[in-house]
Design a protein around this ligand. Structure first.
Ligand code: APR
Length: 315
């Protein structure tokens, strides 16, 4: 990609950490941050720009004063949203974040009309679907960040069980980015050794549960959700796209018949390259995994149904 310019909308914990991670890797020529809350993008952009002084390669980091200044980006990462507050129902949160996503997406369409969008705001799969519907863009250009993070959390749990193989472990998690996610630890390898030669059924069950609770475990300690893991996972996806590296990563993408489903965004392994989504990889799923995948799809559909019930797509 020519400009290697990345826009990040929502310069909160996750957005800023993605920017920092990219800056430390020297992946982009330019990163521009925007946040609706005054001062956040400006302050973080200055801090990250100063950190780039010791980075392996220079990156221009700036803050946009208006959404219009996030322009001509190759990739736009959307992390804008609000966290759930005490009296909000799941439906309230969904509608609030969906409205934010709608206005942000309309800005991206105007100012970065050729971008690939990486969607991060929660509920992730539903927001990714909303962005597909709002833009009407080809489905390769909208990709949800889910499995990249959940997979790194699974690899961490496998390492914790074994005590070796850090950084050498597969990351396969499919399904939704929520309570029905489907970690597949028995399908991956540590080094070149299948985990089925290393771990027993109890260990696999434990890894699956701990992976699903990976986000909650961090909240328990910090009182807020994690951001280093999500930030790095976003950067990993950006690197694959900007470098056209054709890297296999689980992402939430729009299915068109793959895995037996259409018109739904859900996590599956895909190939990322210069066009964004290059290819959806169709794995053979066991009967049990197919059932779990169905439950995952249904839980995402429930969120989409709420948007439809509230006539979100009508205007
Ligand atoms: N335009 C730009 N920024 C916005 C908008 C908007 N319309 N609405 C909200 N924001 C900003 C907020 O001001 C805030 O700085 O989005 C930022 C979100 O950052 P945090 O609250 O720190 O949340 P974070 O932990 O970064 O998570 C961001 O990613 O993983 C998901 O569930 C998470 O949806 C959340 C998102």
């Amino acid at each position: 990609m020519k400009n290697r310019k990345v826009g990040i909308i929502g310069a909160g914990a996750v957005g800023a950490t993605a920017a920092y991670s990219l800056a430390m890797m020297g992946t982009c020529n330019e990163i521009v941050l925007f946040d609706i809350a005054e001062g956040i993008a400006q302050g973080k952009a200055i801090d990250i720009a100063q950190a780039t002084h010791y980075a392996p390669q220079p990156t221009i980091i700036s803050a946009a004063a208006t959404p219009a200044e996030v322009k001509d980006c190759d990739i736009v990462v959307i992390t804008a949203g609000v966290p759930r507050k005490g009296d909000m129902t799941r439906e309230d949160l969904l509608m609030i974040n969906a409205k934010i996503i709608k206005s942000v997406t309309e800005d991206v369409m105007k100012h970065s009309p050729n971008a690939v969008i990486i969607s991060v705001s929660n509920p992730l799969d539903v927001m990714t679907y909303a962005i597909h519907k709002i833009t009407g863009w080809k489905s390769n250009r909208i990709i949800g960040m889910a499995g990249a993070l959940d997979g790194s959390r699974m690899a961490y749990q496998i390492y914790k069980k074994l005590g070796y193989g850090a950084g050498q472990t597969g990351t396969l998690v499919i399904g939704d980015h929520g309570k029905n996610m489907i970690p597949l630890p028995h399908k991956v390898q540590v080094g070149d050794v299948p985990t089925t030669d290393l771990l027993n059924d109890d260990a696999f069950e434990d890894i699956i549960e701990r992976t699903k609770n990976g986000g909650a475990e961090i909240v328990k300690y910090l009182g807020t959700s994690g951001y280093y893991g999500p930030g790095r996972a976003i950067a990993h996806m950006v690197e694959a796209i900007l470098n056209d590296s054709k890297t296999v990563i689980s992402c939430s993408v729009l299915l068109n018949g793959e895995y037996g489903y259409s018109n739904i965004t859900v996590g599956v392994p895909v190939v990322l390259g210069k066009n964004g989504l290059e290819e959806i990889i169709q794995m053979t799923l066991s009967t049990k995994t197919k059932e779990k995948f169905k439950a995952s799809v249904e839980s995402i559909q429930e969120g989409i149904d709420i948007l439809e019930k509230n006539t979100f797509f009508d205007s």
